[in-house]
Design a protein around this ligand. Structure first.
Ligand code: F6R
Length: 618
């Protein structure tokens, strides 16, 4: 949560502010309650901050331009402590205006520190936890005489999660950052350097980046980057190259990022499959650097994730259990961490995350590793905390996902977990080579099938337009259709602010069927009739149960499944697909429906209210 950018260049110019504002427009998906910038030039610090989205800050800067400068820091906020007001927007300046800081995370001991500072006569200008860091830093800067030492001294006193960036009024050639748990990456330029909460902050300028570890302080000048731990000892860093460019993070002619990302899905699946099989059709997951003997001895898999990523985990459970005959549990990361789960050295934990920065998932990983389990991260963001803190990272190659609600990352996550399941099956010898090859061949056909569903989006968009005044929608599915139903409901809730619930179709009669009244829209995900007939027929019975009570049944079914016609008001056809792979096509009409309905209601599809893309607080 919260987007952060720091920039330092050689000459005083308009560039620092321009770089920072452009970065904030890319980072807005991390939070958009308020935004602010600070620059350091001849006249010391100059700053501007405004509640609301970035255009409010742009208006402020147009009315009151800032001086030219050689360094600048920017912030876009997702409010935690203190409401989304101008006062609480970052940056926060010390009382003597000697330093300014921006922050992502939560300072858990802010109340104690606030008391201590108040006792010394400091007056607070905001209700944020962050402001204590500004005052502490000014004090340390006065005592120690340089900003990196001052930052280390402050970082040692802070509890909780934080990325802090700071600048000093009397040094326009230096930006200092500190990180504990919250994300921070360095962008390496030529005669200029960058700090960002993720690579999107500086991808328009460089694709060379440095990962930072836990509890590190980084100092950038136009020509140098130095990294230490909180005690001041030099710390190792790892350089990596970002494998996408700025053009991947623009709307590319679509009205919204979400529209674009829905259309990116065939590529997201194709790219995630790419390069992971040998010409002989054997799976080769080079990144899975966990001893094969350990993977053979795994007796339980626990998937930890949140939200949409957890639903990808639900799909993985069905596939991995079927292919590998290993029990798979799927657990919301925040529940896993605090319930004393049974984890042993034979447990493989699979952590799924788009951002790689979800704090709940990070904590779950840490807990699992403390118990001796190995952790494989299925993650979209290179260099992210989850990728670094896991024993191995299996990357999804969805490219940057900018819309706050996840779409293409979901499909890429499902795809990657299929690969993981098949790889384990191959390693443990529980599937024949030609069976695995068969599934891989089917997977290769999925991008074209997803494209086919996207090509028929007109129908579902028209339905969404007609249903824009709907107050409640239910989603039903069985087997892998159940997580698809859950995801369809989540998309509708978060994008269109409509009450929506996903149910296992068989569960309905145990209570929720009481919700059905005349005209209640119910989406039903129908499994393939060519797969396990029983499953198909059971879902048809479930449709009849709700229809008999007045529901308006909207059915997602496999092309050619004529049996559904008599049970549905509307049918949205998807291509014929083996049951376990069907979520990759079945969820697409539901994503399009939610996106179109939110658009029809005039809502901001890319930045729904109250949400942030990367949830870096617990
Ligand atoms: C919903 C959505 C969220 C995320 C969840 C986990 O559309 O985007 O539910 O899936 O916050 O985020 P990551 O995958 O970044 O760990």
């Amino acid at each position: 949560m919260c987007g952060i950018i720091g920039y330092v260049g050689a000459e005083a110019s308009d560039r620092p502010l321009a770089v920072v504002m452009e970065a904030l427009s890319r980072l807005q998906y991390r939070g958009y309650d308020s935004a602010g910038v600070v620059v350091v030039g001849e006249a010391g610090l100059a700053h501007a901050k405004k509640a609301g989205k970035l255009d409010a800050l742009e208006g402020e800067l147009a009315a009151r331009p800032l001086q030219t400068a050689s360094c600048a820091v920017g912030h876009t906020r997702w409010a935690t402590h203190g409401g989304p007001t101008d006062r609480n927007a970052h940056p926060h300046l010390s009382q003597d205006e000697s330093v300014a800081v921006v922050h992502n995370g939560i300072l858990e001991n802010h109340a104690t520190l606030r008391q201590e500072l108040r006792a010394e006569g400091v007056e607070f200008a905001s209700e944020t936890d962050t402001e204590v860091a500004a005052h502490l830093l000014a004090r340390a800067y006065r005592d120690l005489g340089n900003l990196p030492d001052a930052m280390r001294a402050v970082a040692r006193r802070l509890e909780g999660a934080f990325t802090l960036l700071a600048v000093a009024a009397d040094n326009p050639k230096e930006v200092v950052g500190a990180r504990r748990t919250s994300p921070l990456v360095v962008g390496l330029g030529q005669g200029e350097n960058f700090l960002g909460s993720d690579v999107a902050a500086f991808i328009a300028h460089t694709n060379r980046a440095l990962e930072l570890g836990q509890d590190q302080v980084v100092t950038i000048t136009p020509t140098s980057v130095s990294v230490t731990d909180f005690a001041g000892n030099p710390a190792p860093t790892r350089e990596f190259t970002v494998d996408w460019d700025a053009s991947a993070a623009v709307k590319g002619g679509f009205a919204t990022f979400m529209d674009k990302e829905i259309h990116d899905q065939p590529d997201a699946v194709r790219d995630t499959l790419l390069g992971r099989t040998t010409p002989q059709g054997r799976l080769q997951l080079d990144e899975l650097r966990i001893e094969e003997s350990l993977l053979r001895s795994v007796d339980k898999i626990i998937v930890v994730a949140c939200g949409t990523a957890a639903y990808a985990g639900h799909v993985a459970k069905y596939a991995i259990e079927h292919w590998c005959r290993i029990p798979v549990e799927v657990e919301l990361a925040h529940e896993f961490r605090y319930r004393d789960p049974i984890v042993t050295v034979k447990t493989l934990v699979v952590a799924i995350s788009q951002s790689g920065e979800t704090m709940d998932t990070i904590q779950a990983i840490r807990h699992a590793r403390e118990q001796g389990a190995k952790v494989v991260a299925v993650v979209n963001t290179m260099g992210s905390t989850i990728a670094r803190e896991s024993d191995a990272a299996l990357y999804t190659h969805a490219g940057p996902e900018v819309a706050v609600a996840s779409t293409k990352a979901f499909l890429a996550q499902i795809t990657a977990t299929y690969l993981l399941g098949l790889y384990l099956a191959q390693l443990r010898g529980v599937m024949f080579a030609d069976e695995i090859r068969g599934v891989l061949e089917e997977l290769d056909l999925m991008p074209a099938k997803i494209q086919e569903v996207i090509n028929s989006e007109g129908e579902i968009r028209a339905l969404a337009e007609r249903m824009k005044d709907t107050r409640s929608v239910l989603f039903l599915g069985r087997h892998v259709g159940f997580p698809v139903a859950l995801e369809g409901a989540l998309k509708l809730k978060e994008l269109a602010y409509i009450h929506a619930e996903g149910f296992a179709a068989g569960e309905l009669k145990h209570g929720p069927i009481a919700l059905i009244e005349d005209g209640q829209p119910v989406f039903v995900v129908v499994p393939s009739p060519r797969g396990r007939d029983v499953l198909h027929d059971k879902v048809l019975s479930n449709i009849q149960e709700v229809r008999a009570r007045g529901a308006l049944t909207l059915v997602v079914a496999e092309r050619g499944d004529r049996a559904v016609l008599e049970h549905a008001e509307r049918v949205f056809w998807v291509p014929q697909t083996p049951t376990l792979l069907a979520p990759l096509v079945a969820v697409v009409p539901l994503q399009i429906f939610a996106c179109a309905l939110a658009g029809a209601k005039g809502l901001d599809v890319d930045q729904p209210r109250n949400l942030a893309k990367s949830v870096t607080v617990e």
